[in-house]
Design a protein around this ligand. Structure first.
Ligand code: NAD
Length: 368
C-alpha cells in the first residue's frame, strides 16, 4: 500500500500518552512486516495544550485535524485542569474537534471476547461472542437543540432542553448505519420513541425511507426503552443499532458494560462522505484519562489499539490488517495476559508497555 495515509496523533492527558505509545508499536510493526506506512504527526490537545498554549485546542491543531485522513486521540482531562475557565477546559477541545470536523456518526462497538466473558455483569452464555455496533447520532438532538436554558419563574425555575432533528440529520446517520449493516450481518435496529416523541415519528419515517434503498437489509424499529431492556435480556439479538444522541449515549454505555471493561472499548466518529468518498474521522478509546493510574504504566492499551484497528477498517478500507490486530488481541488475552483492569485469577499481570509488546509478538505469530 502507498505511504500516503496521513494520521494525526493527539495523545492528550493522563494515560493518553502511555496507551498511544503502544499503538506506535503496532504502526512500526505494520511498517516493518506488512509494508503499510503512515505519515504521522503528533500534537497537543486537552490539558497538555492548555499548559503549552493556554487553550485546549489551537487553531493550528484543528487545521491539521481537518487535513489528515484520520485522527487518533488518547484521552483528555484530569484534576489539574478541573478549575480552568469553561471555554478552555480540556473537553472543550474535544467538542470543537467533533463539531468542526462535523463528526456526526459515533460508532461504538461492544464486543465480548470469550476469554473476558466472566467479567461481564451478565451470565457468560448471554454475552460470550457478543458483537454489537451502536451508531449514535452525535452532533444534534437534545444536547444541542435550542432553546436550552434555565429561567426563573414564579416559585422556582424552569429548565428547557430541546430535542430537535431534521430529515437531513436523520438521513445521513441512518445511511452510515445501513452501509455498516450491509458490511456486517445485514440486520439493523432503528431505535427511537415514536410512541411519545415527534422526533421519533420523523426518525422512524426517514429510516423506513432510506431502508427502501437497502433492500438486502432487515430493518426493525424498536422503542428505546424496549431496546434497553432487550440489551440486558438477550443482547445477541442485535447487530447494528442506529439511534439519536441522547438514547445513543445511554444505550452505548449500557452495551459497553456488557463487555466488562472500559479498557477494552474502542470508538470512531465519522463525518459524511465527500465526492471522492472520503470521510473525516476521529478514533478514540471510550475511557477517560484515568488520573488514578496515569504515569504508572498500568493502563490497558487495548481500547486504543482496537480504535486504531477501526481506523484501518473504516478510514483505509484495510479490513485484513484490522482483522489481524483484532485476532492478535483475542490471542493475547487467550494466552492469559492481562493488565490490572481485566486481571483474573491465574492470569499473568502485565504493564501497559508489556501488553503492547505481547500484542506485537502475537502479530508476529499470526503473520508468520
Ligand atoms: P476514566 O475512564 O478516566 O476512569 C474510570 C476508571 O476506569 C478509573 O478507575 C480508571 O483507572 C479506569 N480506567 C479507565 N481507562 C482505563 C484503562 N485504559 N486501563 C485501565 N483502567 C482504566 O473516567 P473518569 O475517572 O470519570 O475521568 C477521568 C478524567 O477523564 C476526567 O477528567 C474526565 O473528564 C476525563 N474523561 C475524558 C474522556 C475523553 O477524553 N474522551 C472520557 C471520559 C472522561
Amino acid at each position: 500500500m502507498a505511504a500516503n495515509k496521513k494520521l494525526l496523533f493527539l495523545p492528550g492527558d493522563g494515560i493518553g500518552p502511555e496507551v498511544m505509545a503502544q499503538v506506535r508499536k503496532v504502526i512500526d510493526w505494520l511498517d516493518n512486516r506488512r509494508h503499510v506506512s503512515f505519515e504521522l504527526e503528533e500534537d497537543l490537545v486537552g490539558g497538555a495544550a492548555i499548559d503549552a498554549h493556554g487553550t485546549s485546542l489551537t487553531d493550528a491543531t484543528l487545521d491539521k485535524a481537518m487535513n489528515v485522513d484520520a485522527v487518533l486521540l488518547g484521552a483528555v482531562g484530569g484534576p489539574k485542569w478541573d478549575n480552568v475557565a469553561r471555554d478552555i477546559r480540556p473537553e472543550a477541545g474535544l467538542l470543537t474537534l467533533r463539531k468542526d470536523m462535523d463528526l456526526f456518526a459515533n460508532l461504538r462497538p461492544a464486543n465480548c471476547l470469550p476469554s473476558l466473558a466472566d467479567a461481564s455483569s451478565l451470565k457468560e452464555d448471554l454475552v460470550s461472542g457478543l458483537d454489537i455496533l451502536i451508531v449514535r447520532e452525535s452532533t444534534g438532538g437534545a444536547y444541542f437543540g435550542q432553546p436550552k436554558m434555565i429561567e426563573d419563574i414564579e416559585g422556582g425555575q424552569r429548565a428547557v432542553d430541546t430535542q430537535v432533528y431534521t430529515t437531513a440529520e436523520i438521513e445521513r446517520v441512518c445511511r452510515v448505519a445501513f452501509d455498516l449493516a450491509e458490511k456486517r450481518s445485514g440486520k439493523l435496529h432503528s431505535v427511537e420513541k415514536a410512541n411519545v416523541m415527534e422526533t421519533g415519528v420523523l426518525w422512524r419515517q426517514v429510516a423506513t425511507e432510506i431502508g427502501k434503498e437497502f433492500s438486502g437489509i432487515e430493518l426493525q424499529h424498536m422503542y428505546a426503552d424496549n431496546c434497553a431492556m432487550q440489551l440486558v435480556r438477550a443482547p445477541k439479538q442485535f447487530d447494528v443499532i442506529v439511534t439519536d444522541n441522547l438514547f445513543g449515549d445511554i444505550l452505548s454505555d449500557c452495551a459497553a458494560m456488557l463487555t466488562g471493561s472500559l479498557g477494552m472499548l474502542p470508538s470512531a466518529t465519522l463525518s459524511g462522505a465527500d465526492q471522492s468518498g472520503r470521510r473525516r474521522a476521529m478514533y478514540e478509546p471510550v475511557h477517560g484519562s484515568a488520573p488514578d493510574i496515569a504515569g504508572k504504566d498500568k493502563a490497558n492499551p487495548l481500547a486504543t489499539i482496537l480504535s486504531f484497528a477501526m481506523m484501518l477498517r473504516y478510514s483505509f478500507d484495510d479490513g485484513n490488517n484490522a482483522d489481524l490486530i483484532e485476532d492478535a488481541v483475542k490471542n493475547t488475552l487467550g494466552r492469559g495476559i492481562r493488565t490490572g483492569d481485566i486481571m483474573q485469577e491465574g492470569m499473568e499481570l502485565v504493564s501497559c508497555s508489556q501488553m503492547g509488546q505481547a500484542l506485537t509478538e502475537e502479530l508476529d505469530k499470526l503473520a508468520a
